[in-house]
Design a protein around this ligand. Structure first.
Ligand code: PLP
Length: 386
């Protein structure tokens, strides 16, 4: 099996697993307990927090550990909208994009049901958000605005224009950055750190599943959405896991320090796969923005005239673990709403797969995958035409 779904989950790095095991056996106690064993657990937890803060260029008090980026996005968006309502007397105008992950769109839609105005900017080729439109949609005369924009898109790899958003925000605007897909794949840009809330997921960078970080700038306004404990300033009550935090810090440090090597290797893998496929299937459509505006490891490939329902199982049977980029409900594959928002037809969106290369994969893997893809596609193009 060749695993090509790293944007969904990167797999645990051995160093992170070792850190988890070491910390788990050293810290049986609750980190909130006052005895020596508790203080030891707290020491391991706080050491991990310091290391995550260092990577994310902030102080340790600005890091809140959560169980997932989905939870962190919910805490950020619902909590800051609630704080803005308390301060300004009404919910903010929510301005976001059609490219956002469901863990961002879900809380935004919930706030819309509570009475907030929600405006979603359109997408250009390859799910590149029209940030100029986001800025036009916000009306400074109509009260405070909460902008939510991802750093990079999980399906097509489009890198969003944070420089433009950060340069044009006003003092009363609130910025939320879902940075899950950019970390370790592209160099940090200063502009994402202008967001008051920023979210990173552990399992996308080689930590175990079950840990994420919310980076909360001192300028953030955030009310709690969970109650019942004073942990982490009352913003994310619940016992923290020193072992998960330790594994996360280790994985994050490694992933960020190896970013440029990752980009070179996975970029070479992607390019060799694309050139093999483009030569064999000239009709292939690559759903990505212009050169240089996409993550190095990600490609979203559409095969016109192919029955999408046959594509994924055939690739899986051949040993290629790719993502359909579509949600599956009640056995009926739904086309990706992000691709539809880019103007891709339902048929073509259904005949699309996402390949995301990861740590340790390079040009050799790209060529191997290319050869396997060609044999599967030749077979299903013969028997599986629409
Ligand atoms: N945001 C983006 C852009 C993602 O790609 C994902 C997961 O795929 C998430 C948020 C949610 O991350 P988690 O699995 O940690 O909840």
């Amino acid at each position: 099996m060749i695993y090509l779904d790293h944007n969904a989950s990167a797999g645990i790095r051995p160093e992170a697993l070792a850190a988890f095991q070491g910390a788990a056996s050293e810290t049986p106690a609750n980190p909130a307990a006052l005895h020596r064993a508790g203080r030891r657990a707290q020491g391991v937890l706080e050491d991990a927090r310091d290391r995550v803060a260092e990577v994310l260029r902030c102080s340790s008090s600005e890091i809140i550990f959560c169980s997932s980026a989905t939870e962190a996005n919910n805490i950020s968006l619902l909590g800051s909208a609630e704080a803005m309502r308390r301060v300004y007397g009404e919910l903010p105008h929510l301005v976001s994009s059609k490219a956002e992950h469901p863990s961002v769109l879900g809380p935004l839609r919930h706030l819309q049901q509570l009475g907030a105005r929600l405006s979603l900017a359109s997408l250009n080729k390859g799910a590149k958000v029209n940030v100029a439109e986001m800025l036009e949609l916000a009306n400074p005369q109509a009260g405070a605005t909460l902008f939510a924009l991802q750093w990079a898109n999980n399906e097509t790899g489009a890198i969003q224009d944070w420089d433009l958003l950060a340069a044009n925000k006003t003092d009363s605007d609130f910025l939320h950055c879902d940075a899950v897909q950019g970390i370790g794949k592209i160099p940090f840009s200063d502009s994402i750190f202008s967001a008051q809330t920023l979210v990173v997921s552990g399992h996308k960078v080689g930590a175990p599943k079950g840990i994420a970080a919310l980076r909360l700038s001192p300028l953030a306004m955030l009310d709690p959405i969970f109650f019942g404990g004073g942990h982490q300033r009352g913003l994310r009550p619940g016992t923290e896991s020193p072992a998960l935090a330790s594994a996360f810090a280790t994985a994050l440090e490694l992933t960020v320090s190896e970013q440029s090597q990752f980009a070179t290797n996975t970029g070479a893998a992607k390019n060799s796969l694309l050139s093999i496929l483009q030569e064999e299937f000239p009709q292939l459509v690559c759903q990505q923005p212009e050169e240089g505006e996409a993550l190095p490891n990600t490609c979203s490939l559409s095969f016109p005239g192919l029955d999408g329902r046959k594509l994924l199982p055939a690739l899986d049977a051949e040993g290629l673990a790719v993502s359909s980029g579509s949600a599956c409900s009640a056995g009926a594959p739904k086309p990706s709403s992000i691709l539809l928002a880019c103007g891709v037809s339902v048929e073509l969106a259904r005949a699309t797969v996402r390949i995301s290369f990861g740590h340790g994969q390079n040009e050799i893997v790209g060529k191997q995958v290319g050869a396997m893809f060609v044999s599967v596609l030749q077979r299903i193009y013969k028997v599986g035409k629409l």
